[in-house]
Design a protein around this ligand. Structure first.
Ligand SMILES: [Zn+2]
Length: 328
């Protein structure tokens, strides 16, 4: 396997981490995301870096969607206080946090050949025990419909968090590639805990995990690089090594320079091991102290592009892991 880099933008806006139907405090986090996306696209165009945008299907919607078809699953999520499938309507003031057709258009019109991947339709957590096979299938079908309006075929599926369930449905629904996020050492062998599952029992683990994450990021520990795996079903599975964080949580105390150093070390590891370094970030997470974070992202891209120019690295989208053609 040649050394590879795959950058993933998990594009989900207000769909992730919802706990109550109407949360103005959370809405504020997503203000400015269109500008962040536009500036990211400029960076990726400058270095001709194609990125895998793991998009929540609802963000792709170009017109109102009949969420009532999911009505039977309202109330199934123990962490949500309202009806999960009753998001703000398309023409409401909060719609801009839940639907992003203009950003999608920009991504598709960029010079770099980005991939739109699937990150479920509404950012359901497959590990929460609330997503039946039927519900997952309906979510995937809705994603396919939303993508069709853009003449897109979704071929890569990205699991929210590290819970990879109902994987057998993916090839059946036309997916060729799927991504799962690595269990980093500071998770102590257990998946990332979305805030809704933090009870008394695992609060201590969450604190220890935060401390470990801080150590990892501030000491710029080298992320692991992984082999791409082929499953008997034909599905290609790749592992996401790490995260490019915003200024939130313990990452508030980590400098942009430390972010650059850690990710560049990961790229070097991929080159050394003939393996894949995949990392992800949330575009909205870069809204705060945007200039500094985009500056860091730009330096990582410049470094990777230089290695590619020297013939040492290929920069690919997830889809290309299944069909390695037209690598740059
Ligand atoms: Zn996500």
């Amino acid at each position: 396997m040649p050394p590879l880099l795959c950058i993933n933008a998990d594009f989900e806006m207000a769909w992730s981490g919802r706990r109550v139907p109407d949360d103005p405090a959370r809405d504020r986090l997503f203000e400015g995301t269109p500008e962040t996306v536009a500036r990211l696209l400029e960076i990726f165009d400058t270095y001709e870096i194609p990125v895998t945008w793991a998009s929540v299907g609802a963000l792709l919607l170009t017109k109102p969607f009949d969420f009532d078809r999911f009505a039977e699953f309202n109330g199934a999520d123990p962490f949500f206080t309202g009806d999960w499938y009753a998001p703000p309507p398309f023409d409401s003031p909060r719609a801009k946090y839940f639907y992003a057709p203009r950003a999608v258009e920009k991504i598709l019109n960029a010079k770099a050949k980005h991939e739109i991947a699937c990150h479920t339709f509404t950012h359901v957590y497959l590990g929460a025990g609330s997503v039946s096979e039927k519900r997952f299938r309906m979510e995937l079908e809705a994603c396919g419909e939303a993508a069709k309006a853009w003449n897109l075929k979704l071929e890569t599926f990205v699991y929210p968090s590290q819970y990879a369930e109902h994987a057998d449905l993916l090839p059946e629904c036309g997916y060729k590639v799927c991504r799962r996020d690595a269990l980093e050492w500071f998770r102590f062998g257990k998946p990332y805990i979305p805030s809704f599952t933090v009870g008394r029992g695992n609060r201590l683990r969450k604190i220890a995990g935060g401390l470990g994450k801080f150590i990892d990021e501030s000491l710029c520990l080298t992320p692991r690089a992984y082999e791409v795996e082929r499953e008997p079903s034909g599905l290609t599975r790749y592992t996401n090594s790490t995260f490019f964080p915003g200024f939130r949580g313990v990452s508030k105390f980590v400098t942009p320079q430390q972010r650059v150093r850690r990710l560049c070390r990961g790229v070097n590891r991929a080159v050394r091991d003939d393996a894949l370094l995949a990392f992800f970030f949330h575009p909205w997470n870069l809204n705060r102290r945007r200039d500094e974070l985009l500056g860091a992202m730009k330096r990582i891209c410049a470094y990777a592009a230089k290695l590619r120019e020297q013939g040492k690295l290929s920069i690919v989208t997830a889809r290309e892991l299944a069909a390695p053609t037209d690598r740059r």
